[in-house]
Design a protein around this ligand. Structure first.
Ligand code: PMT
Length: 397
């Protein structure tokens, strides 16, 4: 369950920080990628060197690197994570989290994180039992934070009672359960087509017309739908990506191949997400032999391809149909026009004018637009964008 997961391990200034080393080791051993954020005080309890060695990543403490001024972006870190675990969490940090104080990197990352957050409190028994601490924990619970309850036992003060940070193995199990919970098969029994990647329109046996789509966005949608229990048929243009686990993949080359592959499968599907960058034009004829260069310029006559999304839009009935719009100007108007013309339930707009959006990269910046509203999302990973898209599909279903 933790294999490949991105986990931020937050460490605060508590004697229990020595257990964070074992915790980090267990998380890494379970296949997670771990980045460690420490409060300045935490460094006095366990060295950054120890944590950097165990996590295999640099330790983050300050808002910027004092040596080169490089900014440690808590926003990017928050978006990167599948889970933010703060262990140990002191009474002081819990109080700040409960009230939204943001005076160190660990706290600003908490405020930016969109993933599940878990805290493992560690403190003396009277501090833990104090009404202020209990009030803060109750508020954090209300805010969706998962509390991994401390155990009873001998405390650093010599007193015996409740307040010992949970054992590392128990914390790892709690995090695994938390991530498993997110994977409830809410789309079990549903079947989706997803188109992804670029189509290829042959000019001759050597040359073709295509575009910059890598397939990453569509593959992320396929992966997210599958993780929620849906059956997914991925109609894929050419990409270098591996097929996501559990997905049925149908490889196609041209826009016409993609049209045929989609149309025959749509009837038995519950919906389709049209993420592929499909050629709008294709050569009128494909030369059988390599075209030899002549003296002068040359022109290739093109004809229109069939619009797959528009065809599915006409046939859709009660099915869900999601479109994409890749624009370079008049973004909103063009996207709304496609939404109506192709009969999409909603459209995902991305613009080449926005940094971090569109082709090839691992991130995107999109707006989800339906007949009623437009929701603008900030820069995030394509997998995170896919989650928002699938959340909206679930709403529509
Ligand atoms: O693959 P990546 O590198 O991760 O990049 C992702 C992406 C930029 C390709 C993706 O986010 C995206 O925007 N895909 C749609 C790009 C596009 O060509 O949009 P469009 O505005 O030309 O087409 C509008 C919609 O109609 C799209 O849903 C498209 O799949 C569909 N269409 C278009 C033409 C056609 N003949 N048939 C179609 O189904």
């Amino acid at each position: 369950m933790l294999k490949g997961k991105h986990i931020i391990l937050g460490i605060t200034g508590s004697i229990a920080a020595y257990k964070s080393a074992v915790l980090c080791r267990l998380l890494v051993g379970a296949g997670a990628e771990v980045k460690v954020v420490m409060t300045p005080l935490a460094k006095q309890f366990i060295t950054p060197l120890t944590m950097a060695t165990l996590s295999k990543n640099p330790i983050l403490v300050d808002f910027f690197n004092p040596e080169n001024g490089e900014w440690n972006s808590h926003v990017k870190l928050g978006l990167w994570a599948d889970c933010y675990l703060i262990a140990p969490a002191t009474a002081n940090t819990l109080a700040k989290m409960a009230t939204g104080v943001a005076d160190n990197l660990l706290l600003t990352t908490y405020l930016s994180a969109r993933c599940p957050v878990a805290v493992a409190p560690a403190m003396d028994l009277d501090m833990y039992a104090h009404r202020a601490t209990q009030r803060n924990l109750a508020r954090l619970r209300e805010n969706g934070v998962n509390i991994i309850a401390p155990a009873a036992g001998e405390l650093a003060s010599g007193l015996v009672g409740n307040g010992r940070m949970a054992e590392p193995q128990d914390i790892v199990e709690a995090v695994a359960a938390l991530l498993a919970e997110k994977k409830k098969p809410t789309l079990e029994g549903k079947h989706f087509l997803v188109t992804a990647g670029a189509t290829i329109e042959a000019i001759d046996p050597v040359r073709y017309i295509s575009n910059h789509s890598s397939g990453k966005m569509g593959y992320a949608v396929a992966e997210e739908l599958t993780s929620r229990g849906a059956r997914v048929t991925l109609i894929s243009g050419r990409t270098a990506l591996d097929t996501p686990k559990g997905v049925e993949r149908v490889d196609v080359l041209s826009a016409e191949d993609m049209y045929q592959a989609c149309v025959v499968r749509f009837d038995e599907a519950d919906g389709a997400v049209m993420c592929a960058a499909v050629a709008d034009y294709t050569p009128q004829s494909v030369a059988q032999e390599k075209i030899k260069k002549g003296e002068g310029d040359m022109a290739i006559a093109l004809k229109r391809t069939r619009d797959i999304a528009a065809e599915l839009g006409q046939r859709k009935g009660q099915r869900i149909l999601v479109g994409f719009a890749m624009e370079t100007q008049n973004e909103q108007a063009n996207a709304e026009d496609k939404l109506r013309r192709k009969n999409f339930d909603f459209i995902v707009l991305n613009s080449l004018r926005v940094e971090g959006a569109g082709f090839r990269g691992d991130t995107n910046v999109v707006s989800l637009i339906d007949a009623a509203e437009r929701k603008d999302l900030p820069l995030m990973s394509k997998r995170e964008v896919a989650k928002h898209i699938v959340d909206k599909i679930e709403e529509k279903l």
